[in-house]
Design a binder for this molecule. Structure first.
Ligand SMILES: NC(=O)c1ccc[n+]([C@@H]2O[C@H](COP(=O)([O-])OP(=O)(O)OC[C@H]3O[C@@H](n4cnc5c(N)ncnc54)[C@H](O)[C@@H]3O)[C@@H](O)[C@H]2O)c1
Length: 275
């Protein structure tokens, strides 16, 4: 039976991780835009990977259920790379929460029902979730454990409590990390692992939209004043994905790796500290 790695969000980060963990496996590339999935499949198949493509909208349960069926029909799902999402400059707050928060929760729930023994998942969260101030313990618990389809009804996520798209994105990404932590328990019962990566600015089409969008100046400042002093490449996220999903990461689950060139460190203790 084929081993299947499902890449949800066939963008730059999803592809970079897939290249590191999918040799000898079937790579199912799923994206909102079929053209993105096909472009990724062309690059990967030219590099020796066996691929297929499908479209999915991660904010729709029905669409995700179809994806799970497509994936399990191809073989046993041993890897899930969730790298689909919208950034604050790409969507209004409701859409950010529907895709980045509710979508991620549904992916963890549905793939947590079919993941193979020994399988693993990485969820791409963001450094943005680390800059959000502390939530209460009750809010943390609510984001971690509220049934996926009830998440968007939480009082803390009502429109009047969300300042803007960036605030929605920060809450969604904080929520992703908490969700991964809680889901690691259930995934562990199947002998599988799940972790998050919180990248800083990684040069991809999504990051270019941020760098040229209304928050562009702030983003450029973040890069200049960070300890590492540059943005990341998708391949650097690929290395961390490979560690988390592969045998060297076998003791790591329910975890989140912040890899942001030190932006968060500078935000709390350095030149990026808010006045
Ligand atoms: N690039 C960065 O600087 C950066 C930093 C931190 C976190 N991230 C996160 O990384 C993830 C991947 O982004 P990327 O930078 O590789 O961008 P990208 O634009 O290369 O890829 C994102 C992909 O997600 C797809 N997508 C968007 N909405 C979708 C939906 N509803 N259903 C299915 N697919 C959908 C897009 O079509 C696109 O192909 C996102 O969650 C993003 O928030 C990116």
């Amino acid at each position: 039976m084929a081993q299947v790695v499902v890449v949800i969000g066939a963008g730059s980060i999803g592809q970079a991780i897939a290249r590191r963990v999918s040799a000898g496996k079937h790579v199912l590339l799923a994206d909102l835009h079929q053209a993105n999935a096909e472009a990724a499949a062309k690059v990967l198949s030219d590099a020796g990977f066996e691929t297929s493509t499908t479209s999915v909208d991660i904010s729709s349960r029905a669409s995700l259920e179809t994806l799970v069926k497509t994936a399990t029909a191809l073989g046993e799902v041993t890897g899930v790379i969730h790298a689909a999402g919208v950034s604050p400059s790409q969507a209004p707050p409701e859409a950010v929460l529907a895709v980045d928060l509710h979508g991620t929760a549904m992916i963890l729930e549905l793939f947590g029902e079919v993941i193979a023994r020994g399988g693993s998942c990485v969820v791409i969260s963001s450094q943005s979730g680390h800059r959000l101030g502390a939530l209460t313990a009750a809010e943390d618990d609510a984001l971690a454990t509220t049934p996926a389809d009830d998440l968007l009804s939480l009082p803390m996520l009502r429109p009047e409590n969300i300042k803007d798209s960036l605030h929605a994105y920060q809450l969604a990404k904080r929520g992703n990390v908490l969700r991964v932590k809680a889901e690691a328990v259930r995934w562990g019962q199947r002998g599988a692992r799940v972790n998050a990566i919180s990248p800083g600015i990684v040069i991809t089409p999504l990051a270019r939209d941020e760098l040229t969008g209304p928050r562009g100046e702030g983003y450029r400042r973040m890069i200049e004043l960070s300890p590492v002093g540059r943005a990341a490449t998708p391949d650097e996220v690929g290395h961390v994905g490979a560690l988390l999903m592969g045998p060297d990461g076998a003791f790591i689950t329910g975890s989140d790796i912040l890899m942001d060139g030190g932006v968060t460190a500078a935000y709390f203790y350095g030149a990026l500290k808010p006045a």
